[in-house]
Design a protein around this ligand. Structure first.
Ligand SMILES: Cc1cc2nc3c(=O)[nH]c(=O)nc-3n(C[C@H](O)[C@H](O)[C@H](O)COP(=O)(O)OP(=O)(O)OC[C@H]3O[C@@H](n4cnc5c(N)ncnc54)[C@H](O)[C@@H]3O)c2cc1C
Length: 473
């Protein structure tokens, strides 16, 4: 009997497993692939995800393996630099291969005590009042109190759950792969630059020794599940660039579409959805992995609270209440970005106009805070603007704030040094620090770093501790 079974060991599943283990929850991750994925998708970790890594002590490991790039140029690839003074200690983009992130998060989860079983596809489940019986492809049955589907866009868990996944199907598809080329780099660069004057969907760039990463629009939308062939690439390069650049010897080939869909519900009883299993959208702006990892960060402590028995009644439902609107917003911004990539005259005119508008700091800042997810404000009711937002890392007496959040507990940061977390001290840490750089007296942080309360009154604080952390001991 496990507390939680997670279907899928992608970035979302691995992050969730680690978050649950911080609270001693017995976790089993079932991954259908026997080996980690071979194809290298370079993704960008955005500011908020980098902050999450810092909050769990993973930052150095992640930074070692990635490449820092300036923030900016995210929205529809409009090339405007980031505004000055983004509100974060990590105002950059970290380019990093997706398999590296997954491995790092999986190792982190295993170090914390999660069990990961590969070659185990979830094919069925049944839930009852006490738990969920999960069935694997070989007929084995496992039992847990909760099941979370982190099994990607084609999620088996979501389908079996019967949760609707409304939205738009793919209208276009893109081929992406790594391969060798038969012509000099300068020749490729010159031709690609020429094509991109009118069609910026083509890109060919170096990808390690002797290899190039080729991204080219596909001929149409394929219903084949298997990867494209080298001939598909050659044909499309000819169509778009007039030459196939002598491509040969592929390392890997893949395709992706621009379907945009959002699960109607994130929870049905004891079964929940997170990451691509709950939402899919085109990769423009590089938000999917970030969104999934942040889902896991939001869900982990709440599900742990439910299992440890201290959860307030409605806490688990705040997962959907908070994260569904965030995904809705991401889907919408990718829809808008896709329109702006169209080569039609109308969208091109809107793109030119938006490019002009992005010279206004307030527009540029709004869009970058949206894509990097540092602009998120959960609805915790009426209160100061900071309420519901994440608190940036700040200097505190004992070093820096995020360094105090590694254990995934709540934190009261008390500049008055008069308040106490009393009977919640097994779930919430206390830091009295009159030197903290804050323009409010005290803040209560949830384990995900969002501000749950601001004030200086003990009774009011106790009410909010109850709201987020249940009954005191
Ligand atoms: C070209 C491209 C570029 C991208 N660039 C970015 C970017 O820059 N930034 C960004 O944030 N995002 C980016 N994304 C999106 C990102 O890759 C996904 O959003 C991310 O992989 C989602 O993570 P996940 O863990 O939710 O799902 P997945 O990564 O799909 O992981 C799901 C896991 O579940 C397993 N699984 C599936 N079915 C079962 C089953 N029945 N039982 C057990 N296991 C199962 C799968 O094998 C897989 O390991 C990009 C996507 C593409 C296509």
């Amino acid at each position: 009997m496990f507390d939680v079974i997670i279907a899928g060991c992608g970035p979302t599943g691995a992050m969730l497993a680690a978050e649950l283990r911080l609270h001693d929850v017995r976790v089993l991750v079932l991954e259908k692939e026997t080996e980690p994925v071979s194809f290298v998708r370079i993704v960008g970790l955005h500011v908020r995800s980098i902050e999450l890594m810092e909050m769990r002590g993973l930052l150095e490991r992640i930074l070692e393996r990635g490449r820092q790039r300036p923030a900016g140029g995210f929205f529809a690839a409009i090339n405007t630099p980031a505004p000055e003074g983004l509100d974060s200690a990590h105002a950059y983009l970290l380019g990093i291969p997706q398999p590296v992130i997954v491995q790092l998060l999986e190792d982190h989860a295993i170090d914390l005590g999660a069990l990961v079983r590969r070659g185990c596809a979830v094919v069925g489940f049944e839930q009852d009042d006490d738990g969920v019986t999960v069935e694997l492809a070989d007929g084995e049955q496992l039992r847990s109190r909760y099941l979370v589907g982190c099994d990607g866009g084609r999620s088996t868990v979501r389908k079996l759950l019967g949760v609707g996944f409304p939205g738009e199907p793919s209208r276009t598809e893109t081929l992406m792969g790594e391969m060798q080329v038969g012509v000099p780099q300068e020749e490729i660069a010159a031709r690609v630059a020429e094509v991109r004057e009118t069609d910026n969907r083509l890109s060919i760039g170096p990808a390690g020794v002797g290899a190039y990463r080729v991204v080219v629009p596909a001929a149409g939308v394929s219903d084949r599940a298997e990867p494209p062939t080298l001939d598909d690439f050659k044909r499309q390069l000819h169509t778009i660039a007039g030459t196939d650049f002598g491509v040969h010897s592929p390392r890997w080939l893949s395709r992706f579409g621009d379907a945009t869909r959002l699960a109607e519900r994130y929870r049905v009883g004891r079964v929940l959805l997170a990451g691509d299993a709950a939402h899919i959208h085109p990769p423009i702006g590089g938000q999917g992995l970030n969104l999934g990892v942040q889902d896991a960060f939001n869900l982990g402590w709440k599900l742990a609270a439910q299992i440890r028995g201290w959860s307030p009644e409605t806490l688990l439902d705040t997962y959907q209440a908070e994260r569904h609107p965030v995904a809705e917003d991401v889907l919408d911004n990718t829809r808008a970005q896709m329109e702006l990539l169209s080569t039609e005259p109308g969208p091109q005119a809107v793109r030119r106009l938006l490019t002009e508008l992005m010279d206004f700091d307030v527009v540029n800042r709004h869009l970058i805070e949206k894509i990097t997810a540092i602009g998120i404000r959960y609805d915790f009711g009426a209160g100061p603007d900071l309420l519901g937002r994440r608190l940036r890392d700040i200097d505190v007496k004992q070093g820096h704030l995020y360094g105090l959040l590694h254990r995934g507990r709540g934190l009261l940061l008390d500049r008055t040094e008069r308040l106490t977390v009393g009977g919640w001290s097994d779930r919430v840490d206390y830091l009295g620090d009159p030197t903290a750089v804050l323009d409010v007296p005290c803040v209560l942080l949830r384990p995900d770093g969002h501000v749950a309360w601001i004030g200086d009154d003990q009774q009011d604080l106790d009410d909010h501790l109850s709201r987020w952390f249940g009954k005191p001991n």
